[in-house]
Design a protein around this ligand. Structure first.
Ligand code: PLP
Length: 403
């Protein structure tokens, strides 16, 4: 009898769906902790706060009231109406309730959007440093990522003129993420107006604007590109509840787009998973319409941590860090340190640097390679001030010891 090898059945798509370095590094940190090591982990992009009580109560009440069944594929009408109002009043966006499709997290909303409009050979412009899922999802959809880079000296924002130069007749989408994971960069109104003019000059082009960090801004203003003149019909706006409301485990996000695209996203949602969780959608209404004191308290807490991290990083020779106007991430450029020695071992990549920081200094970080920027490290400061103080001390000691 011939032997059966299940792995021989795998297609390239499943191999490209790597768990990714963020999960890998956080997993290794957890394993070392389980062995009794005092590891500080700055890996996960996840609020360390619990979901505000009023949202938890609304979910419990919804469950008791029987919201435990399948929900409409694109979301319950009350939530879609509440989101239409939120997008109008908070973001200046005009999306009718029928143009909003709920999903199990912003991640799935992004996949719904890309699978709806990207096909074989379509080009998608991605602005590195970027959140790694965009690239994988574009490839899943059969598209070709076109990656443009900006460094710390450009505030990690690719100038619109460089974006214009990269547009071809195959370019269908530009992915914008402001505020940005991993850099915390926020695009200004003037920069977005310049980008909007470029998009409007190309009849085949849209923007996917991922605004999931909109409630975690410390300096500057949240501007939704879809609110700029003529951009409503050119923008798929993605958002979700995970970050601002500390609801990562609840899995609820959404995308808003002109109706034909919204309906196509609904068909993707229907095919892959059916409507998002029913009682979580009731809780989301409470999140949107209830008090925002907790959201603000968390923002102020992140801001204090941001200040600690910035001060810590600025004290290290060879580390370049700009301002961090938003999010809970720092993305220091450490390229000047690569090639130096730890003992007699040369550290020539950020992947090697991250391994060494974890193994020798009990500090878990994520290499910039995961974000299309191999000269940097991502540090998440969604953890306590005590952990941050320890992390900064370890980083200073470790990097200071490189010869
Ligand atoms: N977009 C960005 C930029 C993110 O950083 C993340 C999560 O890390 C997501 C989307 C996904 O969020 P969700 O938990 O809603 O799927």
């Amino acid at each position: 009898m011939t032997s059966f090898d299940p792995s021989a059945l795998l297609v390239s798509r499943s191999n490209s769906a790597d768990e990714g370095p963020i999960i890998r590094m956080s997993q290794r940190a957890r394993e070392l902790r389980a062995k009794g090591q005092d590891v500080v982990s700055l890996t996960l992009g996840e609020p360390d706060f619990d979901t505000p009580q009023n949202i938890q109560d609304a979910a419990a009440a919804a469950m008791k009231a029987g919201f435990t069944h399948y929900s409409p594929v694109m979301g319950i009408p009350e939530l879609r109406a509440a989101l239409s109002k939120k997008l109008k009043t908070e973001n200046g966006l005009d999306y009718a309730a029928g143009e909003i499709c709920l999903a199990n997290g912003a991640k799935q909303a992004i996949a719904n959007a890309m699978l709806s409009i990207i096909g074989e050979g379509d080009e998608v412009i991605m602005l590195a440093p970027f959140w790694v899922s965009y690239e994988i999802t574009v490839r899943f959809a059969g598209g070709t990522p076109v990656v443009l880079h900006a460094g710390v000296d450009e505030g990690y924002k690719v100038p619109p003129s460089r974006i214009a130069a990269a547009i071809t007749p195959r370019t269908k989408l530009i992915v914008l993420n402001s505020p940005s994971n991993p850099t915390g960069a926020v695009w200004t109104r003037a920069e977005l107006l310049e980008l909007a003019d470029i998009v409007k000059a190309h009849p085949h082009l849209m923007v996917l604007s991922d605004e999931i960090y909109e409630y975690i801004i410390f300096d500057g203003e949240m501007v939704s590109i879809g609110s700029l003149p003529g951009m409503g019909e050119r923008t798929i706006t993605v958002n979700g509840f995970s970050k601002g409301f500390a609801m990562t485990g609840w899995r609820l996000g959404y995308a808003a787009a002109p109706e034909p695209i919204a309906k196509a996203m609904g068909r993707m949602q229907s095919t892959i998973s059916a409507g998002a969780n029913a009682f979580v959608q009731r809780a989301a209404i409470a999140a949107l319409e209830g008090p925002r004191d907790e959201v603000e308290r968390m923002r102020l807490e992140y801001q204090r941590r941001r200040d600690m991290v910035l001060a810590g990083l600025r004290a290290i020779d060879g580390v370049k860090i700009g301002h961090i106007p938003a999010t809970f991430y720092a993305f220091p450029d450490v390229s000047a340190l690569l090639g130096r020695k730890a003992g007699n071992h040369v550290i020539d990549t950020t992947d090697a640097l991250c391994d060494w920081l974890l193994e020798e200094h009990a500090l878990a970080t994520v290499p910039g390679t995961a974000f299309g920027a191999p000269g940097s490290l991502r540090l998440s400061f969604a953890c306590s001030e005590t952990e941050i103080a320890k992390a900064m001390e370890r980083l200073q000691r470790a990097l200071g010891s490189l010869g």
